[in-house]
Write a protein that binds this ligand. Structure first.
Ligand SMILES: Nc1ncnc2c1ncn2[C@@H]1O[C@H](COP(=O)(O)OP(=O)(O)O)[C@@H](O)[C@H]1O
Ligand SMILES: CC(=O)N[C@@H](CCC(=O)OP(=O)(O)O)C(=O)O
Length: 290
């Protein structure tokens, strides 16, 4: 009976979300096992079959780090962004485009969906430029060179619209290029936020390894279930977010500014987390609204 009532609870949401585009970002830390990743793919297919239009963006940071270490390169990050030299960009492409994107597509195929794997480069989806970062050291600000790390100059969602309108689920790897063909490593959260904004998606859902945004990162009971973009901006400015949560917050704010209605940050290692967040009254993670 409990199961039936859960199903009935989902009905009004299914009706509300019908026909809506949703961008789902699967973080590297949310890919705890191949089984969990396949489960997530199946949940996304369920969204598709009830009339939602999912667009997937994936990360893969932990796997890039693992490969770098195998090649004797020590991973280094500044504010959640990986310093990417010439050898590293090769590894990034190999892992993101070559391995993870391909693995996600194979799970979609195995479960009967039409999915197309592309990267930010394809169809000029994301035009990138080299990211310039300033770091405060004592009293002065210095520019740090992150190497082949890009930021979005422009998103052209046409290729995605063509795929979506023809019933395909696009799966995007966060590797982009500039108009000279230089390749850049992009943070997957930022790509997801910019793509969601360009598509005017209704929602962006970010799967990570924590239950959402905590007021105190060391205290799980301080999870913030619901907040406004303004509150998130204040948390960011107050230095309450660190590491990988910084690009997530920036991506959420960009998406909301560009017309996305809600951003959800949820724990991808909880079974059926997407369904629990979307189709139950309370949800399970953090929802940020405009
Ligand atoms: N206030 C906060 N609330 C929740 N997580 C936070 C916060 N500040 C920093 N974090 C960190 O952000 C991490 C999530 O980002 P990241 O590791 O990049 O995930 P992903 O690989 O899924 O993109 C968490 O594991 C946590 O350590
Ligand atoms: C510039 C930059 O940092 N790029 C990321 C790209 C992958 C990513 O974002 O993966 P997650 O979503 O798992 O963190 C990186 O090299 O790790």
């Amino acid at each position: 009976m409990e199961k039936v009532s859960t199903l009935l609870e989902a009905l009004p949401y299914i009706k509300e979300f019908h026909g809506q585009t949703m961008v789902i970002k699967i973080g590297g830390h949310a890919m705890v096992s191949d089984e969990m990743l396949e489960q997530t793919v199946r949940d996304i297919m369920l969204l598709y079959f009830v009339g939602i239009k999912p667009v997937v963006v994936h990360g893969g940071g932990p796997e890039i780090s693992e490969k770098m270490e195998k090649f004797g390169i020590k991973p280094k990050f500044i504010d959640g962004l990986r310093i990417t030299d010439e050898d590293t960009i090769e590894i990034v492409e190999m892992v993101l485009d070559g391995k993870i994107n391909s693995k996600i597509i194979s799970y979609f195929i195995k479960n009967g969906a039409k999915a197309v794997g592309i990267s930010g480069k394809d169809g000029l989806l994301v035009i990138a430029r080299k990211k310039k970062v300033k770091k405060r050291i004592g009293e002065s600000e210095v520019e740090v060179d992150l190497g082949y790390v890009g930021e979005t100059e422009y998103v052209n969602p046409r290729i995605l619209e063509i795929l979506i309108d023809n019933g395909y689920i696009p799966v995007i790897s966060p590797v982009a290029a500039d108009l000279n063909g230089n390749i850049y490593n992009m943070n997957a959260d930022i790509v997801a936020g910019d793509v969601a904004g360009a598509l005017r998606a209704k929602k962006m859902i970010m799967l990570t390894d924590v239950n959402g945004i905590y007021r105190d990162v060391n205290d799980e009971s301080s999870l913030i279930s619901k907040m406004s973009a303004e509150e998130l901006e204040n948390l960011l400015k107050a230095g309450m977010l660190s590491g990988g949560m910084i690009p997530k917050a920036e991506a959420a704010l960009n998406a909301l500014k560009n017309g996305v209605e809600k951003v959800h940050i949820i724990n991808g290692s909880i079974e059926h987390s997407i369904l629990l967040e979307l189709f139950t009254k309370e949800g399970i993670g953090t929802m940020v609204h405009r």
